[in-house]
Design a protein around this ligand. Structure first.
Ligand code: NAP
Length: 274
């Protein structure tokens, strides 16, 4: 298995360890993204709702990398789900990023209270045809809604909360059946992985941190991409340093067994999770 890259059927290469930027603002967002790119990350996750697209874009531009060496994802705010707003707000995102396209455009949350699902996803697909995004996907879509989304767009991923304490098997199953990948957000359970005794014990065996173990566990499973966030340079670097050790099958099983439906992000009015 390729632990560094997920390959879509059309040949697109998706770096499996990306950098999350939620709650990074202003100069912090710029410096942290630049640190991540210098450390080796080649995939950056932002969103209209994070108000940091300009800083993320500036970090990509100021890095030593060419634009096409970095996989850039942004997400549409649900309030921009009507067809006209999909196009105009994506234009604003690209202006802020200073880019002529993103690699992946996601619908951040289900938004059927704003526009029918088909309207939003078909508008996103037209942006793909026009070259403003290379791929389209969704986020926070439970499996049945994800299945419906495929009626309207060539979805490549569903970005979902996922970490050792929260599985998303039904969504993974739908994605795998379609050649797509799961993007795991909050892969460190917002830092809680650092306090887990099983992850800590396995980490000690390998001389790494529990966060590194949690990320490595994701990379040793098929079709999972993870986007940890940190604003701390040392953690940004160590979270990417997960390619020089390997978990045994027994260690993988022990981490699988930590699943306990521990959901950290469940806003009021959110979808019915499965
Ligand atoms: N689609 C969605 O609805 C959605 C929702 C949430 C998140 N996301 C995306 O997913 C990304 C990651 O999720 P997240 O930010 O919620 O959570 P996360 O990546 O699981 O955890 C981030 C937290 O863990 C801490 N941390 C980082 N590395 C650590 C380490 N090695 N040891 C201990 N603690 C560590 C960070 O602190 P420091 O920063 O202080 O180091 C921060 O408090 C976001 O940034 C965003 O891009 C998407």
């Amino acid at each position: 298995m390729d632990v560094t890259t997920f390959h879509l059927a059309d040949g697109t290469a998706v770096p499996r360890l990306g950098f999350g930027t939620f709650q990074l603002a202003g100069d912090d967002a710029y410096r942290s993204t630049l640190t991540a790119l210098e450390a080796g990350y080649r995939h950056v996750d932002t969103a209209q709702g994070y108000a940091n697209e300009a800083e993320v874009g500036r970090a990509v531009a100021d890095s030593s990398l060419d634009r096409d060496e970095v996989f850039v994802t942004t997400k549409l705010k649900p309030s921009n789900a009507a067809a006209g707003d999909v196009r105009s707000s994506t234009g604003q995102s690209l202006d802020a990023l200073g880019m002529d396209h993103v690699d992946l455009l996601l619908l951040h949350w289900p938004a059927e209270h704003v526009a029918p699902l088909g309207e939003t996803l078909e508008a996103m697909t037209r942006l793909r045809e026009d070259g403003l995004t290379r791929q389209v996907g969704v986020s926070n879509f439970p499996s049945q809604m994800l299945t419906r989304a495929y009626e309207h767009a060539p979805i490549v991923t569903d970005q979902m909360e996922h970490h050792p304490f929260l599985g998303v098997a039904p969504v993974e199953q739908v994605l795998r059946g379609r050649g797509g990948f799961l993007t795991a957000y909050s892969p460190l359970a917002r830092g809680e992985v650092a306090d887990d005794p099983v992850l800590t014990e396995i980490a000690e065996v390998h001389g790494v941190t529990p966060a590194q173990v949690a990320l490595r566990w994701m990379l040793q499973r098929p079709a999972v991409v993870a986007i940890p966030k940190s604003g701390t340079p040392e953690r940004i670097r160590s979270n990417f340093d997960v390619f020089s050790f390997e978990l045994t099958a027994e260690q993988m099983d022990r981490i699988d067994a930590l699943e306990r439906g521990h959901r950290l992000i469940a806003p009021e009015g959110g979808p019915d999770w499965d």
